[in-house]
Each structure stands twice: as C-alpha cells, then as structure tokens.
Design a binder for this molecule. Structure first.
Ligand SMILES: [Zn+2]
Ligand SMILES: [Zn+2]
Length: 543
C-alpha cells in the first residue's frame, strides 16, 4: 500500500510506473505495464536533474478489495536477528493484551499413523491387524490433531471492544510459558481477525552485514545495473566458462533464484528487465503456475514471459485492461489465486472481451498464486545480492558461506579448483541418494567451484584474526571463522572470542584452562597451526 511506502515501512512502491524529480517534485506517469525501474532514463524538464523511476503497479484492491471488504494479508520480512524486537514493538504498539501469536495445529498423516499408532497398538496388545484394515485405519485417522505449535511469524490483532474469547481459546505453545497463541489455526480465523506476518528472513541480515562491511547504504545498490541483470540469463558477466554450469546462468547462491528449478526457469526465459525478475518470483512460488502451465506456453511460443500469468495482481490488471468490469476482474482473480478455477459466467465474460483461449486455460490450471508485492520484495532483495556477486564477489562469497555454514567443511579450505570439482562431481554422481547433510555440502561446493574459477581464495583460520562466527573479507580474500573448526561449537567460539579480547593465550594449556576447549579441538588447533607459534604449556615458554 502506498501509505506503507510513504511511511517508510515498505520499499515496494505500488503506483503504476512513473518518473519523479527529487529536486522540484515533478511527477510524471508513464504508459507501460512494466515496472518503473525498467523505464529509460530521463532528465527533469524543469530543473534538468536525473529523474527517479519507480512504481510496480500493484492495485490496492488486491490488498483490501474494491469496497474494503477483503481481509488483507500483511507480510513483512525482517532480519532473523531483528524479529524478536519487531514482535515486541508490535505488542507495545497495539497493547500486549490485543496481540496473540498465531497457533498452528499439527495433524497426523498416512505413514505416521501406521508407524506411531497402529503398529504400536498391535505391538502392545498383541493383536494382529490385516493390511487392509491398517490401510482403512490410516486413512480414517489422517488429519486428526496430533499437537499444536506456533506460526513462524504470525501475530493476530484483536479489534477494539472485543475480547479474544469471542474468536478462539488461547494457550501456551508446548514448553513455553511466556508466549500465548490462539488455539485455532489462522486458516480458520482468516475472515475474522487480521494477521500481521513479521517473518524472520536471512537476506536482510546478509544485506545489513555486507553493507556495513562495505560502508554503503542498502538503498544505494542500484536496481537498474545492466551487468547485474546479465547474471540472470548467463555467466559471461562473471567471467566463468558456461560449459561448467548447467544451466549456464549466473545465479548460483542468489536467494530465491539459485535453485535448479529457478535456474532452469531463467535459462528458458532469459529475463532482461526487472519486471521479468518479478514474474519469475511469481512463477517459482506458485503451484501449477510454471510446470504444466506457463512453461509449456513459453516453450511452444504461444506467449512470452511478460504475457503469461505469474502473479495474482496482474490477472486483475490484465482483465481490466481488456475491458472487463472491475468487480468481475477482482472475483476472477480471487478464484484463480486460490486454485478454484473459473465459473462458467466468468469464462464467458472473458471470451466476450477477447481474452485468448490459452489465458483462460492457464487460469483454470493454477493451484496457488503468489501476490505481486511479495514477489517484488523478493526480487529487490535478491537483485541487491546479485549486484554484490557481480561487483564485489569476495563479499558475496563470504556472505554465502555464512548463510550456508552447515554445509561448509573445514576440509574445503585447502581445495584448489581441481579438488573442489572432484568433490562436487563425486556428490553429484550419488544424485538422489544423498542425505540431507551431503546435499548441504554439494550446495556449498557448487558455489565454491564458481568462486575458485573466479580466482578467489581463503586465508587460514587464525586464532586472533578470524571472527568467532563469520566468514569475513580481508584484503580481497576470505578469512574463515573459528566456528568451522570441527567440534568447536557456537558457545566455544564465543568463549574464544571473549578470552582473546582479555589477553593473548600464553600456551595451549592456558587456552584449555580459559576456554574449557576439549582435547579434540585443541589438538586440531595445534595440528592445523591455527594458533601460530603457541607453546604447549607455560612451562616450555620459560625456556
Ligand atoms: Zn526537477
Ligand atoms: Zn535540479
């Protein structure tokens, strides 16, 4: 909503594409369905300044309906480190007696019913249950409540003059005395209470870290950088060999654009405008929007990326543009985004207004659709990370390893490009049989190979120079953190960080005494020369 934009709550400007002048306040609407950032540059007619370009064309009606009768979805992404703070702010702002965490209900499903209930029952009672009866019971019990939990970031707001018991019982989540959740799930309260989603997200944390290391402001990373745009359709811009990448697009490690699924989508569509990056977010976050749908339309050249249906809001924009009545366009959008297909009258009306058959057909197939505002927010965050990947690669890779620390192995540090490739191919060969841990390693190795190909490397882990927890950039190279030493967990890394501030360790003995590090860790530190030149004990230091 434009109010949230002007209040500085959201960076997403929902107006149609436009130019504006910061100096003299000129505002100029542009006639395009693209995002403002894709408009050509222009000088202000009044003062000659370079004009700003903005606007993502998000109709307010998809937020609250034409008559203000739709319950809005409010989603805000915050750095995970900041999420608690923002939750407390919302509680203070509305009064803690009016804010409740959204509860969730966990149900039992097929296999779990068999394993945890039917088989246990048969074990305990000694009763033999026939396979067909097991199947009948499993089906009958599926969907029964098993336990309750809390939503990742949802807060339910109570309207004035009501009490929570008018809507739902409340409770504590398991093993938590402080937090109060609604007993009923948000899904069943959807039309009565407003929910604010204040979600924790990695990318704001990444951007904050990168920007403070580079001493820039996040808003200063331009969203119209042509080289960054090229990363989404090829690898040339980062100077690596396309033969080594399948598909050959440069978005490995870019949040939301880095998975094989999305990279294949990029390879098939070759986006060259910011608007198209937004469509890609819609296509990749919907259900039956890309697969069995837009993918085929694009492959068969029936439609191009900017024409296929990718986000909710554009159905409405498109249909109104075709001349359908506003409430008709709105109702069709609501049906389609929820996967309910089209009513007969709606189809007829679309045909009457010359909406092509493939478009109607596509509407019918859609299972779930992403809202445009969310797609824009993701595209903006990811584009900024992509900018860093193109222009300040060492900061991108350091941050990537911080995000994917669980897949990083101390052994990777000594890999040259050949060893990294061998390790990667070895895991790839195992394919679907990989365990979660190996999949995490493979993900990191893919990005590591690319980093090596671009000529970046690691410095040694160093007892005094390494950050306790984070990969950091040092003179164009990457200094790994203490925490990648095997067995050296988070609390020990913190202890090292704290103790070394007080004074240098005089010996390994002194280190053990002060940090309570176990033998394995100390042995590893000694063997890998992480504490350069440190004596075994204070005794030997005397001689
Ligand atoms: Zn001006
Ligand atoms: Zn001026």
């Amino acid at each position: 909503s434009i109010a949230a934009f002007f209040a500085g709550i959201s960076e997403v400007n929902p107006l149609p594409a436009h130019y504006y002048c910061r100096e003299c306040g000129v505002f100029e609407a542009a006639d395009t369905e693209l995002a403002g950032i894709d408009l050509p540059e222009k000088k202000c007619a009044l003062c000659g300044c370079k004009m700003g370009r903005d606007g993502f064309n998000i109709p307010f009606e998809t937020f609250m309906g034409f008559k203000g009768d739709k319950i809005p979805d409010i989603d805000l992404n915050f750095s995970g480190e900041y999420q608690d703070k923002i939750h407390r702010f919302i509680e203070d702002f509305f009064g803690s007696e009016n804010v409740f965490r959204a509860g969730t209900i966990v149900t039992v499903q097929g296999q779990a019913v068999r394993k945890d209930f039917i088989e246990k029952y048969s074990e305990k009672t000694g009763k033999k249950i026939k396979e067909a009866e097991k199947e009948r019971l499993a089906r009958g019990c599926s969907g029964v409540k098993r336990s309750t939990g809390q939503h990742a970031g949802g807060l339910m707001l109570l309207p004035e003059g009501k009490e929570i018991y008018d809507f739902t019982p409340i409770q504590h989540p398991p093993k938590n005395e402080k937090i109060i959740t609604t007993h009923f799930e948000f899904g069943t309260l959807h039309d009565t209470l407003i929910k604010v989603d204040a979600l924790g997200h990695d990318v704001p944390t990444s951007l904050k870290r990168i920007c403070s290391a580079l001493n820039i402001r996040v808003e200063d990373i331009p969203l119209d950088d042509p080289d960054t745009m090229k990363l989404f359709s090829g690898v040339k811009v980062i100077g690596v060999d396309p033969k080594n990448y399948n598909p050959p697009v440069g978005t490995l490690g870019i949040p939301e654009y880095g998975t094989k699924f999305t990279r294949d989508m990029l390879a098939a569509t070759k986006p060259s405008t910011f608007s198209e990056l937004v469509y890609i977010m819609g296509l990749s976050h919907g259900t039956d929007v890309w697969k069995n749908n837009a993918e085929e339309l694009i492959k068969s050249k029936t439609a191009v990326l900017k024409e296929v249906i990718s986000v909710r809001d554009d159905i409405m924009n498109y249909l109104i543009g075709k001349g359908l009545a506003k409430d008709m366009a709105f109702n069709i959008t609501e049906m389609v985004r929820k996967g309910k297909g089209l009513a007969r009258g709606q189809e007829e009306d679309m045909r009457k207004h010359k909406v092509p058959e493939w478009y109607i057909d596509s509407c019918r197939k859609i299972g779930y659709m992403f809202p445009k505002a969310h797609a824009v927010a993701y595209a903006i965050m990811s584009f900024r990370i992509a900018y860093i990947k193109v222009h300040r690669p060492e900061y991108f890779y350091a941050d990537y390893f911080n995000r994917e620390l669980k897949g990083f192995d101390h052994g990777f540090l000594s890999y040259g490009i050949k060893e990294a490739n061998t390790a990667k191919k070895h895991l790839e060969a195992a394919g679907m049989r990989l365990e979660k841990k190996e999949k995490d390693r493979l993900k990191v190795l893919e990005v590591l190979c690319e980093m090596k190909e671009r000529g970046f490397g690691f410095l040694d882990v160093d007892l005094y120079l390494s950050d306790p927890f984070l990969f950091r950039v040092e003179n164009g190279s990457i200094r790994p953190p203490l925490s990648i030493v095997p067995d050296l967990g988070e609390s020990l890394a913190a202890a090292f960080g704290k103790e070394r501030e007080k004074s240098k360790f005089s010996s390994l003995e002194d280190m053990i005494k002060r940090t309570r590090a176990n033998k394995n860790v100390v042995e590893f530190i000694r063997k890998n020369n992480i504490a350069k030149g440190i004596p075994e004990s204070d005794q030997t230091a005397l001689f």
